[in-house]
Write a new protein. Structure first.
Length: 292
């Protein structure tokens, strides 16, 4: 686990505070990610007047199996996110983080609820795999994910969780009209509503309204995958070519290679130039005004 220093904690606190401000104004999807080496940047859920004229979502799904595999990829992502976050951070750190006040009735049950959400996502994965196989389709394999600091610190975890759930809700809403089989629509909408309940609970944990919009905007497949891909690790590390030095030195002895993070808590650190929808920067180098 990455060991935080003062700068990392201040930046992470700043990211969380920025999330709260954006949610209060209804810009639920605009926060840049706190994951090291990734940026969770997506369009805000509120539509503009110009977007109202083009409300339809354009997708290019080959068939129902393609839609189900699209949903499966998102469920893989969410299930892995909760698994890593809960394992890395633990119950004590989550329940005692600054996101939940001491006198909040949520404090005693929040960890159990987060575990339940994780289990829901895992069950969604199983359900989608079973459904794809029942249609004689081949389920996509689970990608490798890297969530960076978002699964290392409580407030970063909670802030990212609500955004992932919001993206999941918008993804199901965007894909549902393209489903060809009427038999698939009820279970798809059933998962959609559960994801919305997850998002509402996580918004409450973050101290913001659970229902910021009258009508939530659906996202297209391209929009959703552009967001999800920021957490997907592309392939494996290439093997060193002949004559190049890999984990061994040229004389054949093993090189001392470690995965120790840099002094700032990670190799890439926290994204410091995140831009919100109002043009202001999200997390800046000077975040002392957000630190407790």
């Amino acid at each position: 686990m990455v060991q935080p220093n003062d700068d990392t904690e201040q930046a992470e606190q700043g990211a969380f505070d920025n999330t709260r401000r954006q949610f209060m104004t209804g810009a639920a999807g605009a926060l840049g990610g706190v994951a090291a080496g990734s940026a969770f940047v997506g369009p805000a859920l509120g539509q503009t007047e110009e977007e109202d004229d083009e409300a339809s979502v354009e997708n290019d799904f080959e068939d129902d199996v393609a839609i189900l595999n699209y949903a499966l990829t998102l469920e893989y992502l969410e299930a892995k996110f909760y698994q890593e976050g809960l394992d890395n951070i633990g119950e004590e750190a989550l329940c005692n983080c600054r996101a939940v006040p001491e006198d909040s009735p949520l404090k005693e049950r929040m960890y159990d609820e987060l575990v339940t959400i994780k289990e829901h996502e895992e069950q969604h994965v199983e359900t989608l795999i079973s459904t794809i196989e029942s249609l004689d389709g081949e389920p996509v394999e689970e990608p490798a994910f890297d969530f960076g600091l978002a699964v290392e610190y409580p407030m970063a975890f909670l802030g990212t969780a609500v955004q992932l759930e919001d993206v999941g809700v918008s993804a199901y809403a965007g894909a549902a009209p393209d489903i060809e089989s009427a038999d698939l629509i009820p279970p798809a909408l059933g998962i959609h509503s559960v994801e919305a309940r997850h998002a509402a609970f996580l918004r409450t944990l973050n101290g913001v309204t659970s229902y910021p919009n009258v009508i939530d905007e659906a996202r297209s497949r391209d929009e959703v995958l552009a967001i999800a891909s920021e957490y997907i690790v592309e392939g494996e590390e290439p093997e060193p070519e002949e004559g190049e030095v890999g984990n061994e030195t040229e004389d054949g002895t093993e090189e001392n290679v470690t995965d120790e993070p840099a002094e700032n808590g990670s190799e890439a650190g926290v994204t410091n130039d995140t831009t919100t929808d109002n043009g202001t920067t999200g997390v800046e180098n000077d975040t002392t005004d957000n630190a407790s």
